[in-house]
Design a protein around this ligand. Structure first.
Ligand SMILES: [Zn+2]
Length: 315
């Protein structure tokens, strides 16, 4: 049986999976990216993991990887802030040289979008957006049945649209970007804003900024904590308004939310949907634009999307 090898390169770990045509994962492996000393050390571990997975009677149809800062046209990973790499890493050339099968590289957010599109919440849709709410905010856009790449491969950076002029400082150098409000880090920043503006007691007050995580806030909100619940409501308000704007641009059938923050479920989805409804253009009101949770495991969307790319290029 032919199998595709999907790779998901992240700042913390790199995951690999063998995937059949139906999106079933038949074997998987992973190793730490953060512990690598450079791309040489990274490729050594990558090839060792691949050799292990491909041992025996595996017919490999192709390899595709999703990575941050991927230059899809060149097959390189460039200036990746969270990877222990030189400014330019020849990913496709290096892997193809070793394996002799077709190798492709896509942006991580596009890999996740392909996963949701072929095997997940957006299966069969012609127009949808995926927002990955993790440490930052990643985005993939499928419009008129095609993944939007942009003229230079940097299209769809929804995390860096300005939602608050002169707002919070963003890692990109601008102020008020969506991801400074709607991400795990953004949620934490909101909690500290609320702490300063309200007097209510909260167990969150005894946790330092460095130690606090989105999970602490989520658990406090579940336990009924005023500050934590308010932080989710404010986050949903900002997100919903941004989704109404995105609907005005792209009119997607659905917007799929994935990543750690989306796992908060109703705590995030309810205020988001209510805000979207309030801010949407008249012809988008009435729950026309669906807001859906990813149906793929948090760790699997990019792996399956990369594999889908292999199968797509075979047809
Ligand atoms: Zn930004």
């Amino acid at each position: 049986m032919q199998l595709a090898l999907g790779i998901d390169i992240g700042g913390t770990s790199t995951k690999l999976a063998l995937v059949d045509k139906t999106g079933r994962i038949t074997a998987r492996s992973s190793f730490s990216t953060a512990d690598r000393t450079g791309e040489g050390d990274f490729f050594k571990h990558l090839f060792a993991s691949m050799d292990e997975l491909l041992a025996g009677d595996v017919q490999l149809a192709g390899i595709a990887a999703g990575a941050p800062s991927a230059n899809e046209q060149e097959g390189t990973i460039e200036n990746a802030a969270n990877l222990p790499f030189s400014p330019k890493v020849e990913f496709v050339k290096t892997v193809r040289g070793r394996c002799g099968v077709p190798v492709q590289l896509v942006k991580d957010s596009n890999a996740s979008s392909l996963g949701e599109w072929h095997f997940g919440a957006a299966k069969g849709m012609k127009n949808f957006m995926l927002l990955t709410l993790g440490t930052g905010l990643g985005c993939g856009i499928v419009a008129n049945g095609q993944l939007l790449g942009g003229e230079f491969g940097h299209g769809g950076e929804a995390g860096h649209v300005c939602v608050q002029p002169n707002g919070r400082a963003c890692g990109c150098g601008r102020f008020g970007c969506l991801e400074t409000y709607v991400s795990a880090t953004g949620l934490k920043r909101t909690v500290f804003d609320i702490m300063a503006n309200f007097m209510e007691d909260s167990p969150l007050r005894s946790t330092s900024y460095e130690d606090m995580t989105a999970r602490h806030i989520y658990e406090a909100a579940l336990a009924g904590d005023f500050l934590a619940k308010k932080a989710f409501v404010q986050t949903g308000e900002v997100l919903g308004r941004a989704l109404a704007d995105m609907a005005a641009w792209f009119e997607p059938e659905a917007i799929v939310l994935s990543g750690g923050l989306a796992m908060a479920g109703d705590l995030l989805f309810e205020p988001t949907i209510s805000s979207l409804e309030r801010h949407a253009l008249a012809f988008h009101k009435g729950a026309k634009i669906k807001v859906l949770a990813s149906t793929l495991g948090e760790n699997d969307a990019a792996l399956l999307g990369a594999a889908a790319l292999v199968w797509k290029s075979k047809t």
